[in-house]
Design a protein around this ligand. Structure first.
Ligand code: ATP
Length: 198
């Protein structure tokens, strides 16, 4: 894809490592446009969408709440430990998300800097959409603590979520910039300042 001299930062990391924290800072302090894969992925399965219809066809209308919205928890139960169904679902959603990113990039003025927040940047093979990759890292103990606190999880639930993802170390190995969020917010934001000025 033609990138038109844009600087496109692919911001990724593990669950609860601080992607949103970094994206909010880049939006507020640097006024950068932020494009968010999670928002597009939710939009993909809105009531009336062809993807939601495909999902309801495959799993039955019970996958929908009375309002017609997707019952995410039930879908999560189906795909958890079922790689084939997880793959099927991803083949529905990832191309939609990719298309939204491409559209958003095409609307940017020439020579823009923008941030793409993509939790599954590597897993969904979206690295070609960006010109540099930033990974937000935390040590595993901190990651567990923050997940347990934010999402009110047990230790076992937090561990299961972390272990279901590509290892954070592997993501760091593929990064252009690693932001270490193992200590204070201030320390994190200093690293962001350095990276954006690089
Ligand atoms: P997810 O993958 O679930 O979307 P995320 O990578 O976007 O998560 P955040 O939501 O930014 O991560 O951060 C996870 C939690 O950790 C939040 O509750 C956030 O307030 C907290 N947090 C982030 N950085 C720090 C820090 N340096 N010190 C303390 N708490 C932090």
């Amino acid at each position: 894809m033609a990138i038109n001299n844009h600087r496109l930062i692919g911001l990724t990391g593990g669950i609860g490592t601080g992607k949103t924290t970094v994206a909010n800072y880049l939006a507020n302090a640097y006024k950068l446009p932020i494009f968010d894969a999670d928002i597009y992925a939710r939009e993909a399965v809105q009531p009336g969408s062809s993807i939601l219809n495909n999902i309801a066809e495959r799993y039955g209308a019970d996958i929908l709440a009375a309002s017609g919205a997707l019952n995410r928890q039930q879908l999560g139960n189906i795909i958890f430990n079922n790689p084939q169904e997880k793959y099927w679902l991803e083949q529905q959603i990832h191309p939609y998300v990719r298309d939204r990113f491409v559209e958003a990039i095409e609307r940017l003025p020439l020579n823009s800097t923008a941030v793409l927040v993509v939790p599954l940047l590597f897993e969904a093979n979206m690295t070609d959409l960006v010109t540099e990759i930033w990974v937000v890292f935390v040590d595993e103990q901190q990651q567990l603590n923050r997940l347990i606190e934010r999402d009110e999880l047990t230790l076992a639930q937090a561990k299961a979520r972390i272990n279901s993802q590509m290892s954070l170390q592997e993501k760091c190995n593929k990064a252009d910039v690693v932001l270490d969020n193992s200590s204070t917010l201030e320390a994190l934001l200093k690293q962001v300042d350095a990276a954006i000025k690089a």
